[in-house]
Design a protein around this ligand. Sequence first.
Ligand SMILES: CC(=O)SCCNC(=O)CCNC(=O)[C@H](O)C(C)(C)COP(=O)(O)OP(=O)(O)OC[C@H]1O[C@@H](n2cnc3c(N)ncnc32)[C@H](O)[C@@H]1OP(=O)(O)O
Length: 334
Amino acid sequence: MANEPRDNVLLEEPCMFILENGEMYRNPTEVKMSQIVLPCHANYCEELSAGQLLKWMDSTACLSAERHAGCSCITASVDDIHFETTIGVGQVVNITAKVNRGFTSSMEVGILVSCEDLFSNRQWPPFATFVARRTEAGKLQLKQVIPRMQAEQMEYSLAAERRRMRLIHAEIINDLLSSCSCQIVSECLDYRDAVPAEQTRVESVELVLPPHANHQVSTFGGQIMAWMENVATISARCTVTILLQSNLMIKKILKLIRKKIIGVSVHNSLYAFSSSRLCNAHPPLQSIDMFHFRGPSHIGDRLVLKSIGNNAFKKRYIYIKKKLWTTGTSPQKL
Ligand SMILES: CC(=O)SCCNC(=O)CCNC(=O)[C@H](O)C(C)(C)COP(=O)(O)OP(=O)(O)OC[C@H]1O[C@@H](n2cnc3c(N)ncnc32)[C@H](O)[C@@H]1OP(=O)(O)O
């Protein structure tokens, strides 16, 4: 990582708007970053790796949060992300982040990712929550965001509802796990080519080095997400290469490969995973569920990333469960 080429970061001036009263306005928290996708950012299919995109999103959003808070901020959580399109080498990725609403010490940052090429300009909007770092005096009270434009007012209102959902998310998942009954052997028997989950298990240890750390000397949230994406992708490849064995499937996969539509939609993603052995294609990531950064990690920590294929659904998704621990004297779940 230390020898990786430096990214060409271009921070653009925030957009200016003229309000109804004629006043010139630009959102003071808005940060724009444009990146040209170089081969060093791509996977071996010459498409931008999801992990790299997550790193860019996290740093843009962090700059926006810090511009609002006026102090260092940390990523607390990132909402569900759906990757709607693949981005190729040579295309330009534009990332815009702005604070939708400040609460007490936390704030919601809206991130808009768009991809430019000669033919299209597709975009999709994830959200992240940043928290202003505590000082010795305690928790910081953020200043309020004043929404001026109609779109900002709408995001401001929705941010409160999204926050509520974020905070109950962990509870809902825990309830689900404790109340859900296990679907065991009888269901698995329906699938002739079922995969033993154990064979999809992947474990990787990453040593946090200075290039992985942010300006607060803790591991960059985006870097952690990139490592998670890496292990999840390997699990997904294991799942599918073992799962899909019938000739019929292989014919369908080859047809999709010829049509070059692999990895474009959710429906095709499983085929794309399966094709990884057949044509060395990279399994594209379709979505990431909301996740929370529960505790910081620092330079010198070892992060243990574990992933396992939870389930595969006919012609649709593979769900990969990812877990992350730091190791040290006492292993801690992040
Ligand atoms: C830019 C970077 O790359 S940072 C690196 C990656 N991120 C990290 O390392 C962060 C690791 N996580 C942490 O340090 C902690 O979990 C924290 C600071 C995020 C939260 O710690 P807590 O003990 O829950 O703090 P506390 O209870 O005071 O909550 C602080 C705020 O965070 C909010 N918060 C806590 N967890 C979440 C979450 N999962 N999602 C959204 N908001 C959250 C709380 O609602 C609270 O908001 P408020 O002050 O506006 O009411």
